[in-house]
Design a protein around this ligand. Structure first.
Ligand code: PSZ
Length: 284
């Protein structure tokens, strides 16, 4: 049996239903989070739940549960599904109401859905590195919100997939922002450079953890906008995200990054990131 949560009920996946007038379905009017699970324990769960609350506030939606309550619900779902290595997904929409662009009144409660997935660590890709394409960033100007509206991301990711690539690296004109589903950082002369956490990117929890590790380990980094030209001239490039951790990018638009193999700075970050996971969740 696979358990999911709909509103305040834990139920079997096959019986879970939401209404056709749910605003998530009609408008993508909602927010979500994905949290990594290792050895049955959430990694950086509190950070993800804090971002979920912030995303909700930014779209003027009040969540019906506190982060602590949500953490408890996720722990229960992980235990019921006996999840070891995977993810928990959760989303809140602005509830069910006859279709109208105007928000429904306070009488309409958000709809909550959560489920778990078995997802292995992508060890082979992490070892060998992945390929990427470049694509114009056509998304809206509030990419800091983890919104259900992902069409811009999907169009870019689909283009990457059709080119046999893992990721589409997005740029607004000359400026590299992030990936279709990850943050992108470059390394030049030993310094890690990544776009600042403003409205143009999702401030990835993995990105934040990597920068925190850099601070602790005295690895140089800069949070600043960098150009496509700098990306193309980088010694190393990596993608970071909840399921992929620190993922080396070894080819962009068919051209090798550096010598075409994962570089030493990226390798070191992968090792340090794994140690951070193990300190929170045990041996992986
Ligand atoms: O399972 C998957 O494929 C996942 S889980 C999370 C993501 C993909 N991506 C998160 C993400 C994103 O969608 C965009 C546009 N930018 C950055 C990220 C990285 O955020 P964190 O590190 O919080 O997962």
């Amino acid at each position: 049996m696979e358990y999911v949560i709909v509103d305040d009920q834990v139920m079997d996946r096959s019986t879970a239903k939401v209404d056709i007038e749910d605003r998530g379905y009609q408008f993508g009017d909602g927010v979500y989070e994905v949290i990594r699970v290792y050895n049955g324990k959430m990694f950086t769960g509190k950070e993800h739940l804090k971002r979920l609350v912030e995303s909700a506030e930014k779209i003027r939606m009040k969540l019906p549960y506190s982060p602590e309550e949500l953490e408890g619900k996720m722990e229960e779902l992980i235990a019921k599904n006996e999840l070891q290595t995977g993810t928990v997904y959760m989303q809140f929409t602005r509830g069910t109401s006859p279709r109208n662009h105007v928000f429904p009144g306070n009488g309409v409660a958000p709809t909550f859905v959560a489920y778990t997935r078995n997802v292995a660590r992508p060890e082979e890709s992490m070892e060998k590195g992945v390929r990427a394409i470049l694509d114009e960033d056509i998304r809206w100007l509030r990419c800091d919100i983890k919104s259900l509206n992902l069409l811009g991301n999907l169009l870019s990711k689909q283009k990457a997939a059709e080119a046999g690539c893992f990721e589409a690296i997005l740029h607004r004109g000359e400026t590299v922002t992030e990936g279709s589903h990850s943050n992108i950082s470059i390394i030049k002369d030993g310094v890690i450079i990544t776009h600042p956490a403003d409205n143009h990117i999702l401030n990835g929890i993995t990105r934040q953890k990597v920068l925190e590790i850099c601070g602790k380990e005295q690895i140089a980094f800069e949070e600043r906008a960098y150009t496509v030209e700098e990306l193309n001239a980088a010694d190393e490039v990596f993608s970071s995200g909840t399921t992929v951790e620190v993922m080396p990018v070894v080819e962009i638009e068919g051209k090798p990054v550096g010598n075409g193999e994962p570089g030493t700075v990226t390798r070191n970050l992968q090792k340090l990131f794994k140690a951070e996971i193990e300190s929170q969740c045990g041996k992986i």
